[in-house]
Design a protein around this ligand. Structure first.
Ligand code: ADP
Ligand code: ZN
Ligand code: MG
Length: 646
């Protein structure tokens, strides 16, 4: 039902952006149906036209015509193919159909006309030439053929558009950004923060600009640079910036594009990519999301994927195959460097590794500034405040935040983005859009209010917990309510005491529900999962349990050892049991402390819950007023800084 979360927590749960499949346009059946309908209309039209051309006059039977001739009503006949046009004395015209190959005179004779009667009529045989003849004869043949050709052309265009590349598979499909392309050009100025990474990459830029300088002195230039970092930290952006700075062509391809539909295509794409790049040298080849092909070979369920292995082998071959003075630099990006095949990381391949961290506060401000460049900012905007409130956000999240704010402003027909737009966007990016339509009934509302009040109270009282920034019972994304905590600082490390308080805070919702309603809802399940996992990590990863001591009992998942994945946790039964009992001890300890706080400050709990039911969302200032009214001193930055080191 509810979760308390810090921006950082949530970040980890968001996977990569889902890849958008290439659009296929309207379905192929739809297109065929349309083609068929067109065909029907055309043929109907054709027969109408034909009728019209042929029946300039009334059509009569040949026997009728013979009778009319006998009665001397007819002046002349014109024969054109099988059609007989008769001109009558009263100047009307009628047509009739001759039968088969027989000459007209013979046909008329058969209908009982005497030779004299026939001779009296002027008969004109017209050659079946002219456009009309050709049209009438050929159209029934030509129209379907033309239609077919048209459909084939149309379909082939669609197929190509759909990215199937039925005619060009094996070609690299690399996207090229040429140095002349000023629209797509990215430079280091477009990348905020990431100072260390930029410094490392400046060297590469230098080499691409003046390769001679390096080659003359006999320096070995790195062939491969691997950019590592969480999703959205700007790896792709940085790679493009290197190309932009150096002014060289930039060939980029994503790992998933190597491995497509046809076996063997991945490898041939790699070959093609490198060939093209060598021709354009100096150039950068960029392989994005390389973990899609570069995973450790020979591990994984059901053996390796042959296609992937061939592709990977081809990459290795190509990287070994070209000389440093070929002036092609291979860059790759991955957010899972831990699963990469060690062969890729060997010297002479991706031996330069550049790590890009999540941005810290000042970097976040700089990134926000970059993305505010194209948007008119109102006078009240203060990007520093926004940067402070967004620890754990990646560059992509911040870009997204700016965009959401602009959308909010545009929706309300304003010309400028205000600070309030930005603040609302933080939560939208972090938790998903508000779901005001998700109405809680009275009882649910009460339970949610006490649950969140429980989290918020514990977080405010315990020393090492992050202070509360906002409490709300408006559901957002998957959470029915939420308590936002914000660390006062950006943190790279966490201590045992902080973990213990975090666990107690996570239990806050559960304990409050139990204490007030003497019942527990499913809303606490996510809290319990999070805190159990945390407690377990404390014991097995961080050496934070006294009994187990300073040993890491579980390898990080996916960690590789000599090219093979090690399976986490083949622990003896006693050790497993000991871990379980330590985890239990940690959680029970936290439970006890949280429960004590809850009992002692029951009045505050009621006050917070009551206000939540009334106004649904409490911001920090209001929240602190409640605390102060009940004698709790809100946490300040200074308090935390003066805490003893543990
Ligand atoms: P990654 O490849 O690491 O997943 P991207 O390079 O695709 O991330 O970043 C996505 C977007 O986020 C970029 O297009 C850019 O708009 C924004 N972004 C990320 N990092 C930065 C940064 N350091 N400075 C400016 N914008 C950034
Ligand atoms: Zn909760
Ligand atoms: Mg990327």
């Amino acid at each position: 039902m509810s979760e308390e979360m810090t921006p950082g927590d949530l970040h980890g749960k968001k996977g990569k952006k889902p890849a958008v499949p290439p659009s296929e346009g309207p379905g192929i059946w739809m297109q065929l149906a349309v083609a068929f309908a067109v065909f029907l209309v055309l043929s109907a039209g054709y027969s109408a036209v034909r009728k019209y051309i042929e029946s300039g006059a009334d059509e009569i039977a040949i026997s009728q015509l013979a009778n009319d001739i006998r009665d001397d009503k007819v002046v002349s006949l014109t024969v054109e193919g099988d059609t007989i046009k008769a001109t009558y004395k009263d100047e009307s015209e009628k047509t009739s159909q001759k039968e088969g190959e027989a000459p007209l005179t013979e046909t008329l004779a058969r209908y009982g006309l005497s030779p004299e009667e026939i001779a009296a009529i002027k008969i004109e045989i017209q050659d079946q030439g002219g456009a009309r003849f050709w049209f009438l004869t050929l159209a029934p043949l030509l129209i379907p053929v033309l239609l077919l050709l048209g459909i084939m052309w149309f379909l082939s265009r669609q197929v190509r558009g759909a990215g199937m590349q039925a005619f060009t598979f094996g070609r690299s499909m690399a996207r090229l950004i040429s140095p002349e392309d000023t629209v797509q050009k990215v430079t280091f100025a477009d990348v905020a923060g990431a100072k260390e990474a930029k410094a490392e990459l400046a060297e590469i830029v230098d080499f691409l600009k003046n390769p001679k300088k390096f080659i003359q002195i006999g320096a070995r230039i790195p062939k491969g640079v691997l950019l590592m970092g969480a999703p959205g930290t700007g790896k792709t952006l940085l790679a493009r910036a290197v190309a932009g700075e150096a002014g060289v062509p930039f060939f980029s391809i994503s790992g998933s594009e190597f491995v497509e539909m046809f076996v063997g295509v991945g490898a041939s794409r790699v070959r093609d990519l490198f060939q093209t790049a060598k021709k354009a040298a100096p150039a950068i080849v960029f392989m994005d999301e390389i973990d899609a092909v570069g995973r450790v070979r020979g591990s994984g369920v059901g053996g390796g994927n042959d296609e992937r292995e061939q592709t990977l082998n081809q990459i290795l071959v190509e990287m070994d195959g070209f000389e440093p003075n070929e002036k092609v630099i291979v860059m790759a990006a991955s957010n899972r460097p831990d699963v990469l095949d060690p062969a890729l990381l060997r010297p002479g391949r991706f031996d330069r590794r550049v790590t890009i961290d999540l941005p810290d506060r000042s970097d976040r401000e700089a990134i926000l500034k970059i993305h505010a460049r194209q948007k008119p900012m109102g006078p009240d905007t203060n990007l520093m405040v926004i940067a402070e409130r967004t620890p754990g956000f990646s560059g992509a999240d911040l870009a997204n935040l700016m965009n959401e704010a602009a959308i909010l402003a545009a929706r309300e027909d304003r010309k400028e983005v205000t600070q309030y737009d930005l603040i609302r966007s933080i939560e939208k990016v972090m938790l998903g859009p508000e779901r005001r339509s998700h109405v809680l009934n009275k009882k649910e509302k009460e339970i949610t209010a006490y649950h969140e009040a429980g989290h918020a109270l514990i977080a405010s009282v315990l020393t090492y917990a992050d202070p509360v920034h906002k409490v709300s019972i408006i559901s957002r994304g998957r959470a029915a309510g939420y308590t936002l905590k914000l660390p006062l600082e950006d943190r790279r490390m966490q201590s045992k005491l902080e973990f213990l308080d975090d666990i107690a805070v996570s239990l806050g919702g559960y304990i409050a529900e139990k204490m007030i309603f003497n019942d527990i809802t499913t809303g606490a399940s996510n809290d319990l999962q999070v805190l159990s996992a945390l407690a377990r990590d404390m014991v097995t990863k961080y050496g934070m349990s006294d009994k187990m001591g300073p040993v890491a009992l579980e390898a990080a998942p996916g960690r590789t050892l000599f090219g093979a994945g090690i399976e986490p946790g083949e622990l003896s039964e006693e050790v497993s049991a000991a871990i379980d009992s330590e985890v239990k001890k940690i959680v029970e300890g936290a439970y006890k402390r949280a429960e004590d706080v809850m009992k002692k400050y029951r009045k505050v709990l009621d006050a917070i819950a009551k206000q939540l039911i009334e106004v649904e969302t409490i911001e920090r200032e209001e929240f602190e007023k409640i605390l102060i009214a009940h004698g709790i001193v809100p946490k300040k930055k200074e308090d935390i800084e003066h805490q003893p080191l543990v």
